[in-house]
Design a protein around this ligand. Structure first.
Ligand code: ADP
Length: 335
């Protein structure tokens, strides 16, 4: 039976899957997360058991899906992929769970969007590997229980606080992925350049890394754009100048800020005296969805110290004024 909630596997030949690390030693950085996860997987392997369910959280593009693939490979199972919103009905999740083979990994992306009905089915499945379902309605309804094979759920989310606490407590380990340091991003770019058979100077790698929002997916995306630029205009190695021209075309500045990030900073500074300003007000000023502000712009701007979050709202830091070349004199609280 075709299950709509299971996504087809990505085309193996696609560039992105070529760049995805397929061995632990290729997975750069995140040492703490890697050590924790490998311990869990190896211990389970030694005991001949399936490994505990794992909840991964962190911003988009930091490597959650990649980790799930690595775990599946080490556990010797197949990885089946779905997403929280794709699991609409209890029947969707029951169909997926009952088709799992021993040691399979079920990767559930956007786990914070799993609805209550589906959660109810998941609790016994996660806890005791049982699927309870009801057949019929009213007084003649009967409850059946199906034993599931040993399997592991790896859930990924960018918003761990939105997961209900009963669901969160069903995971044996909760692992946070952090933004990457420039050195690690440089290593990722160098590795990707090698796979793509590109020549790239050290300076070009460093400039690309600084503009990559501390995120491997962004680093790979910018590297591919720099490759396009070189292939069309230069035909040779990717130089620092090529990278600068590429970033200029993409309207990305030296800190990796895109126009939307700069617009948000300018709105805080120029329209709201540097803050504090609440997300609702900002959303109205920018005509931008609150969720996008909170999930995409804010975490990165905070991570590089351009905004701060206070109980009263977001404020722009002095560094933000300097970066945008705006005088501090209009900042609230300054005489
Ligand atoms: P997420 O699931 O968190 O959104 P992904 O696992 O899809 O992120 O990662 C996006 C891309 O970034 C991957 O295809 C991979 O090429 C690259 N990547 C992510 N993490 C790493 C890492 N630690 N080392 C090398 N490449 C990475």
């Amino acid at each position: 039976m075709k299950n709509e909630a299971i996504k087809p596997p990505a085309d193996d030949q696609s560039l992105d899957s070529k760049l995805r690390p397929s061995r632990w030693d290729e997975y750069v950085g995140q040492e703490k997360a890697k050590t924790n996860i490998r311990l869990i997987v190896q211990a389970a392997g030694k005991r001949g058991e399936s490994c505990d369910h794992i909840l991964l959280y962190g911003q988009a593009g930091l490597g959650k899906t990649t980790l799930a693939h690595l775990i599946a490979k080490e556990a010797g199972g197949e990885m089946k992929t779905t997403t929280g919103p794709a699991l609409e009905k209890a029947g969707d999740v029951a169909a997926i769970l009952s088709n799992l083979e021993p040691f399979d990994i079920l990767f559930v992306d956007e786990a914070h969007r799993i609805n209550k009905l589906v959660e109810e089915i998941l609790y016994p499945a996660l806890e005791s590997r049982k699927l309870h379902f009801v057949v019929g309605k009213g007084p003649s309804a009967r409850t059946f229980s199906l034993d599931l094979p040993p399997f592991t759920v790896i859930a990924a989310t960018t918003k761990v606080n939105l997961l209900s606490s009963p669901l969160r407590s069903r995971f044996g380990a909760t692992v946070k992925l952090e933004y990457y340091g420039d050195n690690d991003i440089e290593k990722i770019i160098e590795r990707s350049a090698k796979i793509l058979e590109m020549k790239i100077s050290k300076e070009a790698v460093a400039t690309l890394a600084r503009a990559s929002r501390k995120t491997p997916r962004t680093a790979n995306r910018l590297l591919k754009r720099a490759r396009d630029y070189t292939d069309v205009y230069e035909n040779g190695a990717v130089s620092e100048n090529t990278v600068r021209e590429t970033l200029k075309l993409l309207d990305i500045d030296n800190l990796g800020l895109e126009k939307a990030d700069r617009d948000m900073l300018k709105a805080i500074i120029l329209q709201h005296g540097g803050g504090p300003v609440g997300v609702k007000t900002l959303s109205a000023s920018l005509a931008e969805d609150e969720g996008t502000i909170e999930d995409v712009y804010e975490p990165f701007l905070m991570s590089i110290g351009l905004i701060e979050r206070t109980p009263a709202g977001r404020t722009a830091t002095e560094k933000a004024y300097v970066h945008l070349g705006i005088e501090l004199k209009n900042k609230k609280g300054l005489i």
